[in-house]
Design a protein around this ligand. Structure first.
Ligand code: SAM
Length: 250
């Protein structure tokens, strides 16, 4: 059984990584056959209904299943070491459904192609993706994607509880991964109505998810996390806070 469980964890891990790579192509309108601005054109009201429904489904699945209360119920049905892998399997399914069924809405809110803004927006958008990937790698890539838990059960050992850490960009903002997603979703040289709707929906979800996540981080790490909240801004880096205290006093 342990080998089968590990294989399941591995498949979920690979599926999640591939889904995120597809999402990069979907949002940037590059490399993939179905992007945020392509697909079947339908009446606007119908496209809005489908797209909002897909965003709501993803947000609901992704935030409800990440909550502590839900996890303790859920792990009565599935083995605890596979909880994270199953969460990611269902998150990938919700995202792939969104990508597959997403309806384009062609009205253009801004089109900065050919202006000097375009290269700046494209570069900052890719910087956002880089921030997403580097943040998972620095914090706990294998743990977030469930592979550590699946491997530990294969070796018949307990996975230690997550530690509070502040590597690299976590010293500048508390949520670099979410900051990366916001840059990647918003900074596009061409903004169609469909892209705008996606960016708006994801921003609302990130805002809510961030508040719920911080509540649980406070419960898990107590004063260390509260002190971190006082010292480090949520999303927007504040350069003067990077100066040493003596320089600030001068
Ligand atoms: C998808 S990650 C997002 C991390 C962070 N919100 C960000 O935007 O970079 C969510 C997981 O990271 C964990 N997490 C967030 N900040 C953390 C920190 N400083 N140390 C350890 N775990 C953290 C949360 O408990 C949650 O399980």
């Amino acid at each position: 059984m342990r080998r089968i469980f590990f294989f399941y964890g591995l498949i979920c891990y690979l599926l999640s990584v591939l889904t995120v790579f597809y999402l990069v192509g979907f949002v940037t309108n590059t490399m993939v056959p179905k992007s945020i601005n392509s697909g079947v054109y339908t009446p606007v009201w119908y496209a809005l209904l489908i797209d909002l429904g897909l965003l709501a489904l993803f947000a609901l699945q992704h935030s409800v299943m990440a909550r502590r209360g839900f996890k303790s119920l859920w792990t009565r049905l599935i083995p605890a070491p596979l909880e994270r892998s199953t969460y990611l399997l269902l998150s990938s399914a919700a995202l792939l459904l969104l990508v597959w069924q997403w309806r384009p809405l062609g009205d253009v809110l801004w089109d900065l192609r050919g202006t000097s803004w375009a290269p700046l927006l494209i570069s900052l958008g890719w910087l956002g993706w880089l921030l997403v990937f580097s943040s998972t790698l620095l914090l706990d890539h294998l743990g977030f994607l469930g592979l550590r838990q699946a491997y530990d059960q294969l070796r018949n050992r307990e996975t230690p509880p997550p530690e509070f850490r502040t590597p690299g960009p976590y010293r500048l903002v508390r949520h670099p991964m979410y900051l990366g997603f916001l840059l990647a979703f918003w900074l596009a040289p061409v903004m169609t109505l469909a892209h705008f709707l996606f960016a708006l929906g994801m921003t609302a979800y990130i805002w809510l998810g961030m508040a719920l996540e911080e509540r649980e981080l406070e419960r898990s790490f107590g004063d260390s996390y509260r002190e971190y909240q006082r010292r480090v801004p949520r999303l927007i880096p504040v350069p003067w806070r990077w100066l040493p205290a003596e320089a600030m006093a001068r």
